[in-house]
Ligand binder design. Sequence first.
Ligand SMILES: [Ca+2]
Ligand SMILES: [Ca+2]
Length: 458
Amino acid sequence: MRILIVAGVALTVVSVGAIQDATIVTNPPERFTMRVVTSGLDGPWELTWGPDSHLWATERRGRRVIRVNPADGTRSTLITVHEVHQSVTQDGLLGLALHPDFLKSLVGNNDVYLAFTYDDAPGPALARRMGIRRYQYDANARTLTAPVDVIMGLPTHDDHVGGRLVIGRDLKLYLSIGDLGSNFGANRCNENRAQDLPTMSQIGKGDWSNYQGKILRLNLDGSIPDDNPVINGVRSHVFSYGHRNPLGLVVGSKGEIYESEHGPNTDDEVNLIEGGRNYGWPNVAGYRDNKTYVYANWSASKPAPCRTLPPGNAVPASVPTQAEMAWNNERFTPPLRTFFTVEGGYKAQGIGSATMAPGGIDIYTSNAIPGWRNSLLALSLIRGVVYRLTLSPDGRSVAGPPVEQFATANRYRDIALNPDGRTFYLATDPEGPSRDPSGSPRPLANPGSILEFKYEGN
Ligand SMILES: [Ca+2]
Ligand SMILES: [Ca+2]
């Protein structure tokens, strides 16, 4: 243990084993009471506070959109999206975004946008795709109706799916798509295409296959906004690129787009997403610092083709490698903050992955909790905590260390904030690995649930 002085307050920092990030503050002064709102959900994935003072959620595996009364946990199913293809741990019914004028009295509308994976091949063949569809909420019948496809045919796969969906202050849709797990694990022989950009010809044909490892920006009807960035001479839906597995997206108070994404075995990232910028993956993980991460391109193995290589993560001489500093790109943009950036030579295989495994991200803009205004709340799946990151006044940097909040033995998938500024709702995974502060595996305390945390003072 060591003591860190933050803003005049002495805080204890626990450093247990090599997979801890010693800059994280683990005993904040705020007190919260916790309550289980509801349980038995089939993979709650997006959790949103609705203007009807209800929680709106997608169930990734259950393929349902549900509406939950936060006071008593009663819930109703608004729709089951039967076209959703769900077969692995990351696909299914994913993002949900309510139109900013949703249910407003005069200029309001009822538009609900959903992002999901589906099978585009007839018969037993499987062609995994992602799409966005718009529905109308019928508040009397409590159903979602009148589906209209916004964009379909987006690339997806069985890993690093992404799928977070938000609507910006600019009334554009932002959708995150991961790198499809390419160059990793069972997909290690698939070329990673997070740096590949669409060509004019592809865009003309509606071929979105280069949209992997990207954050897209779309008009609400799915078309390409006129003011999207021109990258390598082409304007497309691509807003930013070089992403690995972006699972958190949130809109800041001035319209900023903040994102969280998984690092490989180190270097989870929180990014400020700006148009036309390159976030580095797979050439760089976290900062361009030549620490532990080296890009080993398995698909380029020669003369031995990748598929003939023995199993295991040790990189054979036939696989070309590239240090971070050997790659240079004028659009490269480093993260606002990384988690678990470790020194060179870190052996993830032996010590364990240095990761917090980011889930959703949100922003706190209330004055209700002293010192919290203008903080990002970045969720950890594997550690069951929320990291509060204080933003600088201009929102372009993180000031001070991450502070752990809401620690439980759960996997936090997404968060919703009550506008009262004192009440927080966290959706938990129904299954998956969880580790205690010493790094030991533990069972999930509240699988498939929505938890409420209420502020009770300091
Ligand atoms: Ca990056
Ligand atoms: Ca790095």
